[in-house]
Write a protein that binds this ligand. Structure first.
Ligand code: NAD
Ligand code: UDP
Length: 350
């Protein structure tokens, strides 16, 4: 089995590539006569396509160090449809996992056209090339941001969808494109995965999240405070309707998230169709709980100051994980302690 991974040198993509290479799994193929035959996929070859706009090529070597296998790598932009077409014709992948995209909320507000162009046009190019080459299996990186400001928590997959910024709008638009595509061609097999807040790093400390400049997200910011690159954590507001007034989110270890992709692929092989799953832990932690846990991992207090709310933030966001558990057996195994331990291990190495 060969899988094309767009954005495979990025944060979540690289962890998923490691998991794909390391894994072998059983697939039960169902034919339309309901006879089933068991097929063991004992080797997954990975082809990475990434334009390196937010990652570095040395991630490919790090993946090789971890897995002893070097994935095939193409530096190419999804906006260059001819380049993508040539790669797909040459490599003939069986399935595509699509991580490539721009993901910074604030930047998307400042540069909406760049976000729409990159994320939407890039995805449409990819889907067109797949159609031209008869590739039917597709896994897409969506986000809990498509739930907008949810009316309650935990959030299940049937909650109403809305967005508050161009980044979120691209995710929802791509989901809609995929639903329309499936309606036009029910032989497609599509998994839409809505990630909650991915954090942490590979246990080897070789790959992880290394944002350019000052991080926007909580955990990368905390890492840089601990490393002495930033003075203190700015806690955005303590007057939310939550247990201690600070924002509550569902943080999921990136290695657990990687596992979710494998389970989703397996599901597409066993029972074709279009599926949408939340990938989270089902547990919400407040910012102050995060500070406390990281301080205990560090063995010292992480400095912080409470400041005003960040515009656009919501009180609480955490997943109802029942559907992913029932249908693909997905369950996050790693807790907050591992997320900080592995994240800090990576930060110290980088
Ligand atoms: P990342 O930036 O680390 O990885 C994305 C990769 O895509 C990068 O390596 C980048 O160079 C590449 N890329 C971007 N545009 C491209 C293009 N036009 N052609 C080829 N390559 C391109 O981000 P990540 O955190 O690994 O996120 C992966 C996916 O998951 C993204 O689609 C993101 O929106 C989604 N997601 C991320 C989070 C999160 O908090 N990290 C949460 C929800 C959803
Ligand atoms: N947050 C914070 N300080 C920061 C970054 C984030 O207090 O420097 C808070 C933010 O208000 C939210 C939580 O941490 O309640 C998670 O924010 P993040 O940007 O990581 O994720 P998102 O809000 O997109 O879920």
């Amino acid at each position: 089995m060969k899988i094309l991974v767009t954005g495979g040198t990025g944060y979540i993509g690289s962890h998923t590539v490691v998991r794909l290479i390391e894994n072998k799994y059983d697939v039960v193929m169902l034919d339309n006569l309901s006879n089933s035959k068991k097929d063991v996929v004992d080797k997954i070859d990975v082809v990475i396509v990434d334009n390196l706009s937010n990652s570095k090529e040395d991630v490919v070597d790090k993946i090789q160090t971890i897995t002893k296998v070097k994935p095939i790598f193409y530096k190419a932009d999804l906006l260059d449809k001819d380049a993508v077409s040539k790669i797909v014709k040459k490599e003939k992948p069986d399935a595509v996992i699509h991580f490539a995209g721009l993901k910074a909320v604030g930047e998307s507000v400042e540069q909406p056209l760049r976000y729409y162009h990159n994320n939407i046009t890039g995805t449409v190019n990819l889907l067109e090339v797949m159609a031209e080459n008869g590739i039917k299996d597709f896994v897409f990186s969506s986000s809990a941001t498509v739930y907008g400001n949810p009316k309650s928590v935990p959030i299940n997959e049937n909650f109403p969808l809305s967005t508050t910024n161009p980044y979120g709008a691209t995710k929802l638009m791509i989901e809609n494109i995929l639903r329309d595509l499936y309606n036009s061609d029910t032989s497609m097999n599509i998994a839409i995965l809505r990630y909650f807040n991915p954090v942490g790093a590979h246990k080897s400390g070789l790959i992880g999240e290394n944002p350019n400049g000052i991080p926007n997200n909580l955990v990368p910011y905390m890492m840089q405070v601990a490393a002495g690159k930033l003075d203190y954590l700015r806690v955005f507001g303590d007057d939310y309707k939550t247990k201690d007034g600070t924002g509550v989110r569902d943080y999921i270890h990136v290695e657990d998230l990687a596992e979710g992709h494998l389970l989703a692929l397996k599901k597409l092989k066993e029972k074709p169709g279009i599926v949408t799953y939340n990938l989270g832990t089902g547990v919400g932690y407040s910012v102050l709980e995060m500070v406390k846990e990281f301080s205990s991992v560090l063995g010292r207090d992480l400095p912080y100051k409470i400041i005003a709310r960040r515009p656009g933030d919501i009180d609480a966001c955490y997943a109802d994980t029942a559907l992913a558990k029932k249908e693909i057996g997905f369950e996050a195994k790693r807790g907050l302690h591992d997320m900080f331990k592995d994240g800090w291990n990576f930060q110290k190495n980088s």
